[in-house]
Design a protein around this ligand. Structure first.
Ligand code: HEC
Length: 210
């Protein structure tokens, strides 16, 4: 019935077809370039060769699961601890939020005894400064993005991606397929984008304490 009053591919002018074609070709190239960029820029960040989901998380979100201090005392710096159980003391302090009071009470004595002979700016300026709370605090909190950062990135992405989805959606509208499939297909990309923005802060909040 009314369906054939809508504009379809066969109804549009050659000029509009050309415009659609060059737009899709360009945005398709952009997509391939984005994939290649993702590979070259982010692969290997999780310590393993090749691109993984974890690499992308580390790039865009930060190393969310573990603070640098936590990773170090469990790994490459573990052998510097003279008392093995101090590892748990440090990890528990990180887990509880790495506050200054706990630092003064339990953590500073350990770091002053085992770590600052190397981790002092005047000795090794390139290493994390473990001589005071400010320096230690920089490596004792998980490196995930902050809420203001997520909001800044989200506002740019919501504007930018909405345009891309709208223009591609307009072209997709012109094809002849089942109208129910079409209606759902119109909403899915927008819903996925909103879900992505909404999930990020939740992941962030959970990770602060890990
Ligand atoms: C003998 C010198 C020395 C001592 C002692 C030492 N470190 Fe280190 N630390 C280093 C060096 C060198 C690096 C850089 C290693 C690298 O990047 O491969 C480093 C790196 C680190 C890092 C940064 C890791 C990263 O994410 O880049 C942390 C955190 C750290 N050490 C914590 C500690 C703690 C905690 C102690 C005490 C238990 C300690 N270190 C004792 C030499 C030392």
């Amino acid at each position: 019935m009314a369906d054939n009053t809508y504009t379809r591919f066969k109804d549009i002018s050659i000029s509009e077809r050309i415009l659609n074609t060059v737009f899709l070709l360009t945005i398709g190239l952009g997509y391939l370039a984005a994939l290649a960029n993702m590979y070259y820029t982010h692969q290997g960040l999780d310590g393993k060769a090749g691109l993984s989901v974890e690499d992308v998380v580390i790039s865009y979100y930060g190393s969310s699961k573990q603070s640098r201090l936590g990773t170090a005392v469990k790994g490459i710096m573990a052998s510097n601890l003279k008392i093995k159980s101090d590892q748990d003391v440090i990890l528990e302090w990180i887990h509880a939020g790495a506050d200054e009071e706990g630092y003064n009470q339990n953590i500073a004595p350990i770091l002053n005894r085992d770590c600052i002979m190397c981790h002092t700016p005047s000795i090794n300026p390139s290493l994390p400064n473990l001589t005071n709370y400010t320096g230690v605090s920089e490596v004792s909190h998980a490196g995930g993005a902050t809420i203001p950062t997520l909001i800044r990135i989200s506002h740019i992405h919501l504007f930018g991606i909405a345009f891309i989805l709208f223009f591609i959606g307009k072209i997709f509208l012109l094809c002849e397929i089942n109208i129910y499939v079409k209606r759902v297909a119109m909403v899915v990309p927008f819903a996925a984008m909103l879900l992505d923005v909404k999930v990020d802060p939740i992941v962030q909040t959970n990770n602060v304490l890990i």
